[in-house]
Design a protein around this ligand. Structure first.
Ligand code: C5P
Length: 395
């Protein structure tokens, strides 16, 4: 997913969330996008154009009568080369203006005068009562009817001290939403179930066994599937990662819990991607109390086999399209092809364990009935996007 090369007009309206728009502008530039900031008068009460100019690297426009554009038509010119207009934060009053086609300042005129093929996205930010007010709700419905994309708002603590819906999405989430907006919707209307992370099998209340897995690859695939328009459910073992935006996350600890969560949710899914590093065995007699260390004595543990979740889903009467992962330490080509056949799945993704665990990049080999194909080393984000394309092509 990338915003590189995109021309984004970032509009700021009045609200305390303007301070977050500074980071958003910085994030856009960092992602390789061009960021043209336009501010309303109310926005300038919260943050100065100087800050936004320094962060975006471009002069900021605030006034309809600004003469810096040669034809003196900033309200027309600024949108003509834009890939999208993003209003963040978008106040309740600015939502009202958009609904009514107002053109009484530069930003509203710019929105009204944008070409039909330039999308408008808004990130509402306001007090919970303002958001809940029927007038704002009516405006939100109308904006959607008009083809405007609403990003958020989120629920939580508000600057005014109240709690509820109305918080602007975080800059990271806005960047991710914007980038997802530009992705082709290859999985529109599809439901995708993903497992990710390790499982943890307890020995006693303070000890356990687990597998090496950060969950980064599985979470990146969940984000890519969501960006491709899928409805995504992510069954996740213990990780330190943030829940991906728009994805339903079901946290689990043990392989048995992961198995149950998958089996409860698998009906109606079109794709199942098993990325989790599931522990093959669990301790059969988990101690309810901490096993005390005694000099010269070693505890003996007995194990039993965990269910193979992927193989069980693949063996269903009409299974979803199943994708498995294999982390090998050697002979990837041989083991990968054999594992695909053994699990009876159409697609298996192989990688070398020590080259991927905990890292931000990876290289993959895809095994299907026709043979294998390499996806060369790249970030897990990029590989996840490519894998989703490969899956979509095969559905
Ligand atoms: O057999 P192996 O563990 O090497 O297979 C790896 C693949 O099978 C991965 O896709 C993993 O998520 C899945 N798997 C599973 N349940 C298990 C073990 C592995 O779903 N108990």
């Amino acid at each position: 997913m990338s915003l590189a090369g995109k021309n984004i007009v970032l509009g700021l309206t009045g609200g305390i969330a303007c301070y977050k728009a500074a980071e958003l502008a910085r994030g856009l530039v960092k992602a390789g996008a061009s960021c043209q900031v336009v501010m309303t008068e109310a926005a300038r009460h919260f943050i100065t154009p100087v800050t936004l100019q320094a962060l975006s690297g471009k002069p900021v426009f605030t006034d309809q009568w600004d003469s810096r554009i040669s034809n003196n038509m900033a309200h027309i010119d600024l949108s003509r080369h834009a890939d999208a207009l993003l209003i963040a934060p978008c106040s309740a009053d600015f939502m009202r203006k958009l609904v009514h086609g107002a053109a009484d300042d530069l930003l509203s005129t710019l929105c009204l005068a944008r070409p039909a093929n330039v999308p408008l996205l808004v990130a509402p930010a306001m007090n919970v009562e303002m958001w809940d007010n029927p007038a704002t709700q009516r405006n939100a419905v109308q904006l959607k009817k008009d083809g405007i994309t609403l990003l958020g708002p989120a629920a939580g603590d508000q600057a005014c001290g109240e709690t509820g819906l109305g918080r602007m999405l975080e800059p990271e989430q806005l960047l991710e939403s914007l980038s997802a907006f530009f992705q082709p919707k290859l999985l529109a209307g599809k439901k995708v179930l993903i497992t990710a992370g390790p499982t943890f099998e307890p020995i006693d209340p303070v000890r356990g066994i687990t597998n090496l897995s950060s969950g980064k690859m599985g979470y990146a695939i969940a984000r890519a599937a969501w960006a491709a328009g899928a409805e995504v459910t992510l069954v996740s073992g213990p990780t330190s990662l943030q829940a991906p935006l728009g994805v339903k996350v079901l946290p689990v600890t043990t392989a048995l819990e992961m198995h149950d969560a998958v089996m409860t949710n698998v009906a109606g899914q079109q794709v199942f991607i098993a990325v989790a590093a599931v522990a093959d065995w669990r301790v059969s007699d988990v101690s309810t109390q901490k096993i005390k260390k005694q000099d010269g004595q070693l505890p003996s543990l007995t194990f039993e086999q965990n269910p193979d979740i992927l193989a069980e889903v693949a063996a269903m009467a009409s299974p979803p399209y199943c994708v498995g992962f294999a982390a090998e330490s050697e002979n990837l080509l041989e083991h990968g092809a054999a594992k695909r056949e053994k699990k009876r799945i159409p697609l298996l993704v192989g990688n070398i364990g020590h080259q991927t665990f905990g890292k931000d990049d990876n290289e993959l080999v895809l095994f299907d009935a026709k043979g294998h194909k390499n996806l060369p080393r790249a970030s897990k984000e990029i590989l996840a996007g490519k894998l989703i394309e490969e899956i979509a092509r095969r559905l």
